[in-house]
Design a protein. Structure first.
Length: 308
């Protein structure tokens, strides 16, 4: 017997929300109905998909293996349903918010992939710092945000994509000439980074605080490329994502020393409201993860391990 779309949908929402009760509320079904559908799916596939022995159901290796495919299948099913409602053009507006590092490295390939697969989708893009993108998502002026260090909020999905290392980019005229950057040697150097409460600013202050010192001069700016240029022109040090260093170009003459103590990485995530276009946003997040995986190592940090 073949599995049904309803069975796949029940498994997807239990795995995503971590609860049969929450999945039942999402699908407007009773909890026993959701449980039965998942059992039927497991029987049809011949494999246990959820470990029910813990406080919350957790995907088994077999469940993890089919989760992404199930997500894509449900996104396609949603497209088919819209077409059946006399919407042959499948026109849909998606408002994407992207942090600068994501926009520089992933966004062009993401937009190209969406255009090839869904030529009728209309895409609006807003590039901004992560804190403002998070506010824009809360205010529903964008549909999905690709940003760093988002805060948890009820009703919003946050999916980790990868981590990005931060580095000190030292201007050629900076008074610091060593091979290892420490809080003690940079304390009197002009520091350029993004404005609080950004992840870069928070990590910068934590780095200095680890040695109980405070930078004497901090200049903030919302554009990472400008931060790097300021450090180069003004003889300072810029805290920037390592993934963006190659985008600055060699003409800036920036040096990248090792840092002691090590700098904390930034977690890049996708974020969207559960109640509107959730499956399509999850589809875009998974597509971005796949594109990022091709760049991991030399251009991006390591992918973040998740149960999904």
């Amino acid at each position: 017997m073949r599995y049904t779309l309803g069975q796949a949908e029940a498994f997807y929402w239990v795995a995503k929300l971590g609860s049969f009760r929450a999945a039942a509320a999402q699908l407007n079904l009773t909890q026993p109905t959701v449980s039965l559908r998942v059992r039927e799916l497991e029987r049809n596939l011949g494999a246990e998909l959820l470990d029910r022995s813990l406080y919350r159901p957790v995907m088994t290796p077999a469940g993890v293996a089919i989760y992404a495919d199930t997500e894509r299948m449900l996104a396609i099913a949603e497209q088919i349903e819209r077409r059946s409602r006399n919407n042959p053009s499948d026109e849909r507006l998606f408002r994407i918010g992207a942090a600068e590092s994501f926009a520089a490295l992933i966004l062009p390939d993401l937009l190209a992939a969406l255009e090839a697969r869904h030529p009728s989708w209309q895409i609006n893009v807003e590039v901004d710092v992560s804190t403002r993108l998070e506010t824009a998502l809360h205010e529903r002026t964008i549909d999905i945000a690709f940003l760093a260090q988002p805060r948890v909020r009820d009703g919003i999905s946050i999916v980790p994509l990868w981590s990005v290392d931060s580095v000190w980019a030292i201007g050629k005229d900076c008074s610091f000439k060593g091979a290892i950057a420490t809080p003690e040697v940079l304390v009197d150097v002009p520091i350029y980074t993004t404005a609080p409460p950004s992840g870069l600013f928070t990590n910068m202050m934590a780095w200095f605080g680890a040695r109980a010192v405070k930078p004497s001069r901090v200049v903030t700016c919302d554009t990472i490329a400008i931060i790097a240029r300021l450090a180069s022109a003004r003889g300072g040090a810029a805290l920037v994502p390592q993934a963006m260093v190659s985008a600055f170009g060699g003409e800036l003459g920036l040096r990248i020393p090792d840092a002691d103590p090590p700098l904390l990485p930034l977690n890049i995530c996708a974020m969207w409201w559960d109640d509107t276009g959730g499956i399509e946003c999850a589809y875009m997040a998974n597509l971005a993860r796949q594109l990022g995986a091709a760049l991991s190592g030399s251009k991006l940090g390591m992918p973040i391990e998740t149960d999904a």
